[in-house]
Design a protein around this ligand. Structure first.
Ligand code: IPM
Ligand code: MG
Length: 357
């Protein structure tokens, strides 16, 4: 088990160090060994090397079997040209270089944390548990032509939303396989009443669905889906989205759980290579204070163990420990409630590690 550790900026390094402590405990418990190599990314890399994704960082990632990613970005680098900023300058090229086409963003609203959700508890009496599966290397993010040209009247800016059969097929397979380990339901999110590319998604989705007859399917326009997430989130199990719809809906779904500090994500390539990162950002406002919630980073370790290293039991042990600690009322500031036991970043890590051990 060899992985690259790219902690990045903001709260990245502090939550990463706690997540690596948990990795140590889980490796002892489940009897496996691992090694990791750290590399610079994001603003930290811009400051040290002049580039958000230096070549040597890419080389270190290539020499490993997975990337454990922290978070990048912050006010210090916001005045750079957009393509050079930490987020775009590091994340988009990493996705492209490593072919990370399948982005899994599980969003659980634990029953114990319903009060943290902006959704009324009468709507989600049992919380919710859904998985946004976002296609990550195609669509309007990368389609050609792209660019801005001068015209007689001003400027003309173009982005292209394009998908080909194979890109849709492989995304569908990941969604159906994920559904098999869950509640066996996939909703395809599209805009098939307007977009040509959505028609192709529907057509291919139906073909692939025939190979997973044990999984139920549904179709929903993206505007309706945005509304349904607020009205009845429990109806969703797996939401399969093209790149930009998935970008937007995954933030909405994340907000609906109550805290960004709880949500991990996996970005998978063909085979077992993957990049694992918290869904929330670098949270510059609380960086360096030791109060950030490390759970998203810890659950990212669980996803890495499951998808890149085939250690499902270890992954489930981490998830179980996280839920137990929350159920015991141990809380970081972002999910604190009256009567809870308040802890800092390190305290949360220790509580989870103790639960695993
Ligand atoms: C995300 C982010 C990125 C995206 C940005 C930072 C390029 O919003 O991972 O969801 O749009 O994909
Ligand atoms: Mg986003």
């Amino acid at each position: 088990m060899k992985f690259a550790v790219l902690s990045g900026d903001g709260i990245g390094p502090e939550v990463m160090s706690v997540a690596l402590d948990v990795m140590k405990v889980v490796s002892k418990k489940f009897n496996f060994t691992y090694e990791y190599t750290e590399a610079l990314v994001g603003g930290a890399a811009i400051d040290a090397k002049g580039k958000a994704l230096p070549d040597e960082t890419v080389q270190i990632c290539r020499a490993n079997d997975a990337i454990l990613f922290g978070s990048v970005g912050g006010p210090k680098w916001e005045t750079l040209p957009p393509n050079e900023q930490p987020e775009r300058g590091a994340l988009l090229p990493l996705r492209k270089i490593f072919g990370l086409y399948a982005n899994l963003r599980p969003a659980i609203c634990y029953k114990e944390l319903i009060e943290s959700s902006p959704i009324k508890s009468s709507i989600i009496p049992n919380g919710f548990d859904m998985l946004v599966m976002r296609e990550l290397t195609g669509g309007i993010y990368f389609g050609q032509p792209k660019g801005t040209t001068q015209t007689a009247n001003g400027e003309r800016a173009v982005d292209t939303l394009v998908y080909e059969t194979a890109e849709i097929e492989r995304a569908c397979h990941i969604a159906f396989k994920a559904a098999r380990n869950r509640r066996k339901h996939v909703t395809l999110i599209d805009k098939a009443n307007v977009l040509e590319s959505s028609l192709l998604w529907r057509k291919i989705f139906k073909q692939i669905a025939a190979q997973y007859s044990d999984v139920q399917t549904a179709f929903m326009y993206v505007d309706n889906a945005a509304m349904q997430v607020l009205r009845n989130p429990s109806q969703f199990d797996v939401m399969l989205c093209e790149n930009m719809f998935g970008d937007i809906l995954s933030d909405e779904v994340a907000a609906a759980t109550g805290s960004l500090g709880l949500l991990p994500s996996a970005s998978l390539a063909e085979g077992t290579f993957g990049l694992y990162e918290p869904s929330g950002g670098s949270a510059p406002d609380i960086a360096g204070k030791g109060i950030a919630n490390p759970i998203a980073q810890i659950l990212s370790v669980a996803l890495m163990l499951e998808y890149s290293f085939n250690q499902l039991n270890a992954a489930n042990a981490i998830r179980g420990a996280v839920h137990k600690v929350i159920a015991k009322g141990i809380r970081t500031a972002d999910i604190a409630s009256p009567g809870c036991t308040k802890v800092d970043t390190a305290g949360m890590g220790q509580a989870i590690a103790a639960e695993i051990a």
